[in-house]
Write a protein that binds this ligand. Structure first.
Ligand code: PMP
Length: 467
């Protein structure tokens, strides 16, 4: 797990080729759609990657605080993952088998069932979906509707569940919902307990209390306009929404409220799963077990894989109710099995707690040092810092307005200092850190040093925030 923090781990020299780098970036801008995202802000052409480090065609080595949007729990090219992929190819295992059973899929499923939260572990049914988180969200919504015979879904402000129509419809972003079209009609949205920018204008622990109070009241008031829904869908820590953890108590209350009313609780752990937040599944911290658990990203060990696990009594669908061609990717099964096993055996969830605490402490110091950083927050190795406008007027809770232009300047400065990271959250003002769980202490310290350099460089930024 030891890695060189300044260059490729195997000591290989990467020759920089600025001409080719510029040509590739230029061709991408010409040929690829205007909907591309990370590529717009990260002028890096990755050519080599090991662990938490990515080397670009510019010859520079970056610390990867994206990890494929949280996919690479074990970092890039983890030796045991590379070995199992090579061995699988060498023995000519069928790489694509629709949803037929293979020894690799059986082994993956056994490992997965062994790590599922609470009683899901002993009894769950699993359904392999098309290979993205969004398709697993679609499956979860569809199953909840089939099992309850109801259509409505309660989702939360700031949520991100993916870009297919159904997943967009339960997400928070205005544009996503607009593009989701008719599907959004069935969705009711309630405020997520984002206490920093409290939707109720109170803040602190009251935010969570009022959020569940509102949920329960709307469900029980026959004139509230909210009919009994099929499901409530939640991220335990909102990721794209700006790294906002829900408190354990809030989650327990949502579990109680849904259970008492026969509403299916869907937990979307696409981003929080597999050790990321300090427990294997984020819901385990609160001892909450969902009716349907949505999984993707790290479960495939860096290869595309998505599935849901659910209580057996929900298994009401008919053959073909949720099919898809790519549901049997053998390489993803073997990489996923090794990843789940390694996180379990090496207690990398615990590692996320310790190295995450180291990072969180450093982030707190940075927030104390810079007036344009409003709050550092997160759980385990899912961390974020919210960028605010120090010249703006504080709201009634004393919180400064978001500063999207400054956040963009900070992101560029971070890339310049050798960090791969992105913005998320409301107005894209949260700098997000999602490094792999194998991050060393030295690498964590380097992240903090690089952030500090970037923030200091931007301290005199005097751009303009659009209002
Ligand atoms: N749910 C959550 C919580 C996510 O963070 C994401 C992706 N960021 C998705 C669903 C969608 O996953 P995918 O991009 O693989 O469709």
């Amino acid at each position: 797990m030891k890695q060189d923090v300044t260059g490729p781990a195997d000591g290989r020299a990467i020759t920089s080729d600025e001409g080719l780098r510029a040509r590739l970036l230029g061709r991408q801008a010409e040929r690829e759609s205007s909907a591309r995202t990370y590529a717009r802000h990260l002028p890096v052409v990755p050519v080599h990657a090991q662990g938490a480090l990515v080397t670009g065609m510019d010859g520079r080595t970056y610390i990867d605080c994206l990890s494929g949007a949280g996919t690479l729990a074990l970092g890039h090219n983890y030796p045991a993952v590379v070995d199992v992929l090579r061995a699988t190819l060498e023995r000519r295992a069928p790489l694509h088998v629709l949803d037929m059973i293979t020894p690799e899929k059986d082994a993956f499923t056994s490992e997965l069932l062994g790590v599922l939260p609470g009683d899901l572990g002993g009894s769950a049914r699993v359904h392999f979906c098309g290979p993205t988180g969004a398709d697993a969200v679609e499956a979860a919504l569809k199953l909840a509707r089939l099992a309850t015979g109801r259509q409505g879904v309660v989702a939360f402000s700031g949520a991100y569940h993916g870009m297919t129509m159904g997943a967009s419809a339960v997400s928070g972003g205005d544009r996503m919902r607009m593009l989701a079209g008719a599907g959004s009609a069935e969705v009711s949205r309630l405020p997520f307990p984002y206490d920093y920018r409290c939707p109720f204008g109170v803040g602190g622990g009251e935010t969570a209390r009022l959020s569940v109070q509102l949920l329960e009241n709307l469900l029980d008031d026959p004139a509230s306009g909210l009919a009994l829904p099929a499901a409530v869908i939640v991220e335990v820590v909102q990721g794209e929404g700006g790294v906002i953890p829900a408190s354990d108590n809030w989650l327990r209350e949502v579990r109680r409220i849904t259970e008492e009313r026969g509403i299916v609780l869907i937990l979307d752990e696409v981003q929080t799963g597999v050790g990321r937040t300090g427990t294997f599944w984020a819901c385990q911290r609160a001892d909450v077990v969902p009716d349907i658990l949505v999984m993707s990203k790290a479960v495939g060990g860096g290869l595309p894989l998505a599935l849901i696990a659910y209580r057996p009594e929900l298994d009401v669908w008919l053959p073909g109710d949720h099919t898809g061609t790519f549901r049997g990717n053998t390489l993803a099964m073997v990489a996923g099995e090794v990843t789940l096993r390694t996180v379990r055996e090496e207690r990398l969830d615990q590692r996320a707690v310790t190295v995450g605490a180291r990072l969180a402490e450093g982030l707190e110091q940075l927030v104390a040092a810079h007036g344009f950083l409003g709050q550092a927050r997160g759980r385990g190795l899912m961390l974020g810092v919210e960028v605010v406008d120090p010249h703006g007027s504080p709201d009634r809770l004393g919180v400064l307005p978001p500063a999207p232009a400054r956040a963009q300047a900070l992101r560029s400065a971070c890339v310049d200092t050798g960090l791969l990271l992105e913005l998320g959250g409301r107005h894209d003002t949260v700098l997000r850190l999602l490094p792999p769980l194998i991050l060393s202490d030295a690498q964590a310290d380097q992240i903090l040093e690089r952030l500090s350099v970037a923030f200091t460089r931007c301290a005199s930024w005097n751009g303009h925030e659009e209002r």
